[in-house]
Design a protein around this ligand. Structure first.
Ligand code: NAD
Ligand code: DAU
Length: 359
């Protein structure tokens, strides 16, 4: 049996493909947060390409995020676990950029099985279809959460060689998807790349996540609900920096490789983020309340992004404070985009029994 691709010809073929002018790119999950930012980014940077967005329009999607691109992209509503639908959209595709996933930890605690279905089975379905259709590149978007968490008093960071140690149903499902992607490279020589990035922030993020939730609640005169003591640390990455990292990986990344993408050089706790948001909106510090903690709450994520820096010349361009303020402005000016989903997000937290413990 001959394999669809010979390993050492992939790189050459890939470079030729990605340097050539026109490409048909399939973006899964393009109606979600990072996916929609990437669709905007790609349409702007590569206007000659044909962009297909494939998205099941779950609760996390927002068609309004793509409204201004209506005439520039093809939108296909469909589920990545549906092989027939996936095959139909995969025909003639050169490159897949796979964002579609269940992405929220709190929802994974409440209802974990859909995470395994979408994130593992859905990714596997896409990979098999991509293999059958001989796509030239499959880029999988993953998370730093697959590495577990870092004790607060430790200074080390996650890198491409960190052992997988997921601690939540969401991160376990993402870890599972990464393993299947790697298996398709090792076994079938499917030309894959993976990026494991940390927490993104910016426009079009669902109001269930910390930064948009906090901004929207402050705009409504409510408090920011902080889990536990608020001493957890994330490594915040402005979404546009993430989009540029993916572009570079597609253009210059090594087939079969993983790239870690992070943002911060200094640690900022959730509590400090809440304080920055309160300040950005010109309010006072008593707008914070401590609520029921997340089960199995990961305390710290931090990414060593030296590989992508050295090999592909990427580094974050957007500093946290400036882009946090820009993000606050975006939410202030786009109430129509978030109004409905913010209500749904708050209903979700209420149904989970989130309780205010202290102020
Ligand atoms: P999101 O929840 O905002 O959007 C997910 C999108 O996927 C939605 O449009 C949804 O409709 C779609 N989707 C869900 N299930 C689907 C299915 N079965 N078939 C087709 N489409 C489906 O997610 P996000 O925050 O934009 O994250 C995008 C990707 O990046 C995910 O793979 C996530 O694991 C990863 N990631 C996110 C972050 C972050 O900070 N948000 C960080 C690291 C990695
Ligand atoms: O690290 C990458 C991950 O970042 C991605 O893989 C996930 O898809 C993405 O959702 C994000 O996960 P987190 O769980 O870190 O993000 P979230 O915005 O839900 O929470 C950030 C931190 O803030 C976390 O420590 C929990 C805390 N938090 C969150 C909410 C929603 C609060 O204290 N209060 C809140 O209301």
């Amino acid at each position: 049996m001959t394999l669809p691709y010979a390993l050492d010809t992939i790189t050459v073929a890939q470079i030729a493909k990605f340097e050539s002018k026109i490409m048909k790119i399939l973006i899964t999950g393009g109606a979600g947060f990072i996916g929609s930012n990437f669709v905007h980014y790609w349409a702007e940077q590569h206007p000659e390409d044909s962009i297909i967005v494939f998205d099941a329009l779950t609760y996390a999607a927002n068609r309004a995020s793509l409204a201004s691109l209506q005439n520039k992209i093809t939108f296909v509503e469909g589920d990545i676990t549906d092989r027939e639908a996936v095959d139909a959209v995969m025909a003639g595709v050169d490159c897949v950029v796979h964002f579609a996933a269940e992405s929220h930890n709190d929802r994974a605690i409440a209802d974990p099985f859909i995470f395994t279905k979408t994130n593992v089975i859905g990714t596997h379905t896409l990979l098999e279809s991509a293999r059958q259709h001989k796509v030239s590149r499959f880029h999988h978007i993953s998370t730093d959460e697959v590495f577990g968490d870092i004790p607060l008093n430790e200074k080390y960071k996650f890198s491409e060689s960190t052992r997988y140690n997921p601690r939540s149903p969401y991160s376990a499902s993402k870890a599972g998807s990464d393993h299947v992607v790697n298996a398709y490279f090792e076994t079938y020589k499917l030309p894959v790349t993976i990026s494991n990035c940390t927490n993104n922030f910016g426009p079009y993020q669902h109001p269930e996540k910390l930064i948009p939730r906090s901004i929207i609640r402050l705009l409504h005169g409510q408090n920011i609900p902080i889990y536990g003591e608020g001493n957890q640390v994330r490594d915040w990455l402005y979404v546009k920096d993430h989009c540029r990292a993916i572009e570079l990986i597609l253009q210059k990344g090594k087939i079969g490789d993983t790239y870690c993408v992070g943002g911060m050089t200094e640690e900022v706790t959730n509590l400090q983020i809440a304080q920055k948001l309160i300040k950005a909106l010109g309010l006072s510090e008593n707008k914070i309340e401590f609520v029921t903690d997340r089960a199995g709450h990961d305390v710290k994520y931090a990414i060593d992004w030296s590989k992508i820096n050295k090999e592909l010349g990427w580094q974050p361009e957007h500093d946290f404070d400036t882009w946090l303020t820009t993000t606050v402005e975006w939410y202030k000016n786009n109430e129509a985009w978030w109004k409905e989903t913010a209500n749904e997000a708050e209903s979700f937290y209420k149904a989970q029994g989130e309780q205010v413990l202290t102020k």
